[in-house]
Ligand binder design. Structure first.
Ligand code: SAM
Length: 482
């Protein structure tokens, strides 16, 4: 029997079934223990330190108690603190990205994904480099600067060389004032050597969803193909970090297994990365299973309602305060709005989940990975974010300035964000307003920039930002950053 050890490199020791079960029992036993809950909430709260703030975060046991608690005023408190943490470390900026589907060829048998090998009626497609270029131009013409590339697992159709070629192509496209400045990668678990190649190709975050932390369910849900190997999949982030990738993104596909089990596994995974590599995950994604070609989410028994979903996000925010949180267009605008309040820091916008979808006039469905709930244009998403007081940010500065891994985390804690990320968000927003926005969004955006500039504490930084904004507007100059 495997023994729990967050520092171990063996999947079954750092994501330990026995420890998860003991945690769930502890949480259930303490879900009405108001004294303990108050202590945990107090621990989670941000505390002022020098110019910045610190947050203690929570252990997986503490976080599980909060998730189990059903007392309405305590849940309200969780939401309040989640928002406080988010404002302390991420401010009111929301980073925007889009997924780019390269290929839906896949040799795996994932029961929830329409790309599975046995699906014979989905159209299979893989972009040529010319098509990648065309897709990137379409994405740049919307205003995107940051992509997450997605592909099925297929050593013949999508080997690592293909993925590397695509990354090279994407970074090489400069259409009008367009530029893709950060490519995050969401591809199947691979070898240290391949992770090293991805790092050398200049990727941002390596993203891999665990899907489920429950080993037995994992094996049942992935009956065939290389992804069937639970340990290989679960240990992927350690190999990625060994290959030199500092920023890794975790995620669970909610709906497959019991959410409390998944949540505990997710927090344990974050603790493991911190314990072994000295830095936790850069991001956590919270996808829910969606309908798709030959996939009916109701076939999985563990769907969660919106309220529980939002509570999960708040508890993640409290447990891992410095980790970015991502929500995709799998969710409706309404759910996304609520999630923004409890800690989300990145959203996708105007996404198409089909291979080659951005160059089609109409949203194509024949190669789509899942139904997109939020189908608004990027301009609509940008405008909507501003209406709710958020600054849409197209910033990609951190990793380009070498602020990855623990260096990003220390910036987060230092209180320098208002002198750094904040002006970067405003400058990239101005680029968007100049090059891609509708007249109404442009007007709204500049009003926001004028107000937000006042919040920059350093006179020197504010003056430089103002000059840069003037150069963006009047001299067509681009890509300033602190
Ligand atoms: N093939 C790679 C892998 O196995 O990790 C890349 C990821 S796939 C293109 C992106 C993610 O989409 C998967 O990890 C899964 O969590 C999610 N996904 C698959 N089917 C889905 C569905 N029906 N609804 C929502 N998300 C889904």
């Amino acid at each position: 029997m495997a023994v729990y050890d967050p520092k171990s490199l063996k999947a079954e020791e750092f994501i330990n079934d026995e420890e998860i079960r003991a945690t769930l029992e502890y949480a259930e036993a303490n879900k009405n223990n108001v004294e303990l809950i108050d202590r945990i909430l107090e621990k989670a709260r941000p505390v002022k330190k020098g110019n910045g703030c610190t947050c203690a975060g929570l252990t997986h046991r503490e976080a599980a108690v909060l998730l189990a608690c059903e007392i309405p005023e305590k849940i309200e408190k969780m939401f309040e603190i989640a928002e406080e943490i988010k404002l302390a470390f991420y401010g009111n900026r929301i980073v925007i990205f889009a997924p780019l589907y390269l290929s839906n060829y896949c040799v795996n048998g994932c029961l929830y994904c329409p790309y599975h090998l046995k699906n014979k009626h989905i159209a299979r497609r893989k972009l040529t480099q010319e098509e990648v270029k065309a897709e990137v131009i379409a994405l740049q013409d919307m205003g995107h600067k940051r992509l997450a590339i997605e592909a099925g697992e297929d050593p013949v159709h999508n080997p690592i060389e293909y993925i590397l070629d695509c990354i090279h192509t994407i970074y090489g496209v400069h259409h009008k004032n367009g530029d893709i400045r950060r490519v995050n990668v969401n591809i199947a678990a691979t070898t240290v050597e391949n992770y090293r190649k991805l790092k050398e190709a200049g990727i941002g975050t390596y993203i891999l969803f665990q899907e489920t932390y429950h080993k037995e369910s994992y094996e049942r849900l992935h009956p065939t193909g290389p992804k069937h190997d639970y340990n290989y999949h679960t240990e992927a982030m350690d190999r990625a970090m060994e290959g030199g990738i500092d920023d890794v993104g975790l995620g669970v596909l909610f709906g497959l297994e019991m959410y409390k089990y998944e949540f505990t596994g997710l927090i344990m995974h974050a603790e493991h990365l911190e314990a072994v590599h000295g830095v936790g995950p850069h991001t956590i994604s919270v996808p829910r299973v969606k309908p798709a070609d030959d996939i009916d989410p109701d076939e999985f028994d563990n769907g969660i309602d919106d309220e529980t979903f939002i509570k999960i996000a708040a508890c993640i925010r409290l447990a891992v305060p410095y980790t970015g949180m991502i929500i995709s267009t799998r969710e409706t605008a309404e759910v996304r709005a609520k999630m923004l309040r409890v800690g989300i820091s990145q959203v996708s916008g105007a996404s198409r989940t089909s291979v080659g979808g951005y160059t089609e006039e109409e949203r194509p469905h024949d190669t789509e990975q899942f139904d997109v709930s939020d189908q608004r244009t990027l301009d609509e998403v940008v405008s909507w974010l501003m209406d709710s007081g958020h600054i849409p940010s197209f910033c990609t500065a951190c990793y380009r300035a070498g602020r990855t891994g623990d260096r990003f985390m220390s910036l987060c804690k230092s209180g320098q964000i208002l002198n750094c990320c904040h002006p970067n968000a405003l400058m990239t927003l101005a680029e968007y307003l100049e090059d891609y926005a509708s007249p109404e969004t442009r007007e709204k955006g500049y009003a926001m920039i004028r107000d937000e500039l006042k919040k920059i504490p350093s006179d020197k930084v504010r003056e430089i930002a103002e000059q840069n904004l003037k150069d963006i507007r009047e001299s067509n100059r681009r890509d300033f950053r602190f």
